[in-house]
Design a protein around this ligand. Structure first.
Ligand code: DGP
Length: 113
């Protein structure tokens, strides 16, 4: 998708700090980390929110969630982690390509859930 920063990262047009990749997803470190470990898991299909997702895209998202425990383990998050999937303006979604935040590497506190 033109002008989508995550599509450009998926295409290799913009560099990223990759932590995992397969046919369904790319996981890379967030440019503006909000925790000691902050990784984004991005399905390899452009859609902004779950409301716009088709069946094939839902399969990619399923594969992301199936793989996240292994990605988290590879990041040393044995003590736990938080997943966030911002949906739309009120949630503060700034990149309109669905992505799953993995946050960890520290006690997260109780302020956000
Ligand atoms: P959200 O607010 O859920 O849409 O989160 C978007 C995240 O994407 C935000 O935490 C910063 C991150 N981000 C934006 N542009 C880039 C980029 O070019 N590279 C990387 N690695 N992360 C980015």
């Amino acid at each position: 998708m033109e002008n989508c920063i995550f599509c450009k990262i998926l295409a290799g047009e913009i560099p990223s700090s990759k932590v995992y990749e397969d046919e369904a997803m790319l996981a890379f470190r967030d440019i503006n980390p909000q925790a000691a470990v902050h990784v984004l898991v991005v399905p390899k299909s452009h859609f902004a929110t779950l409301a716009e997702m088709d069946e094939a895209q839902a399969e990619l998202v399923k594969q992301c969630f199936v793989k996240i425990p292994a990605i988290a383990a590879s990041l040393g998050l044995e003590n736990g982690y938080r997943l966030i999937v911002n949906q739309g303006e009120d949630a503060g979604q700034t990149v309109h390509h669905l992505h799953i935040h993995i946050l960890g590497g520290q006690a997260m506190g109780e302020k956000m859930l």
